[in-house]
Design a binder for this molecule. Structure first.
Ligand SMILES: C[S@@+](CC[C@H](N)C(=O)[O-])C[C@H]1O[C@@H](n2cnc3c(N)ncnc32)[C@H](O)[C@@H]1O
Length: 229
């Protein structure tokens, strides 16, 4: 199948080379939310070295592979039909990754769960939230970046997602000044089309007054947001 490569510049060292496909599922190309999240990881706001990281709906693997180049032990997940492309991209960028260990078991819970652009499909909302609940522990930081879409049912799907999410998770926006300054698509930030948030499991129904432990983001920022924000 025809492919075309997306290069993702890194602060240090050669760019990631991510194979994409002209045809296939939505995961066959690198989405803007993945660029935003991958570049955020490079800021070093979240320590990744030797941390266990799980990426959900990885698509081409851009975010997970970036995390691996930063020293994390990463497991990337996606649907069966994306596995071949994911393996191609892992293989093509393997020389940029050091270390590594088998982390195919998710116990204890991962240090981070990464999600880029996984909120777009109504039927997947509840399974996605269940997955998050099943896989997070009290110290798991979920970094969620998503593309705000204004067409069709998207605003409603997004609203519903955050409503359901906030039953079980505390949510903190990561403000723009904590994002990567060198992002090649500055306009993605400036128009706030790809907000980035960190999520923490609520404990025993009690809302934790949790400072941002790892990202140090502005905990005075509103702890909920939606399309309208
Ligand atoms: C819009 S794409 C984003 C891909 C990638 N994270 C990025 O931002 O470039 C959404 C991804 O979620 C994956 N996905 C959808 N439903 C899924 C499921 N039930 N389990 C795992 N992955 C799923 C799709 O296959 C696709 O790769």
């Amino acid at each position: 199948m025809a492919g075309f490569v997306r290069e993702l510049e890194r602060r240090a060292g050669p760019a990631l080379r991510l194979e994409q496909r002209a045809a296939g599922g939505v995961g066959c190309v690198v989405w803007d939310a993945a660029l935003v999240l991958a570049k955020f990881l490079e800021t070093g706001a979240c320590p990744l070295a030797r941390r266990h990281v799980l990426e959900l709906g990885a698509g081409t693997g851009a975010v997970g592979i970036m995390a691996a180049t930063l020293g994390a032990n990463v497991t990337v997940t996606d649907l069966e039909e994306l596995q071949e492309l994911l393996l191609v991209n892992i293989e093509n960028n393997k020389h940029l990754v050091t270390g590594g260990e088998d982390v195919t078991e998710f116990q204890p819970p991962p240090d981070y769960i990464l999600m880029a652009d996984c909120i777009y499909y109504e039927e997947s909302l509840e399974p996605l939230l269940k997955t998050l609940k099943d896989l997070t522990g009290p110290d798991t930081c979920v970094l969620c970046c998503y593309e705000q879409r204004t067409m069709g049912k998207n605003p409603e799907i997004e609203r519903k997602y955050f409503e359901l999410l906030q039953r079980d998770f505390e949510l903190e926006r990561i403000p723009l000044d904590r994002h990567d300054e060198e992002i090649p698509h500055r306009e993605i930030f400036e128009h706030r089309m790809c907000p980035l948030a960190e999520l923490w499991r609520r404990g025993d129904g009690i809302t934790p007054q949790r400072d941002c432990l790892r990202c140090g983001c502005d905990s005075s920022a509103p702890n909920s947001f939606s399309l309208a924000d």
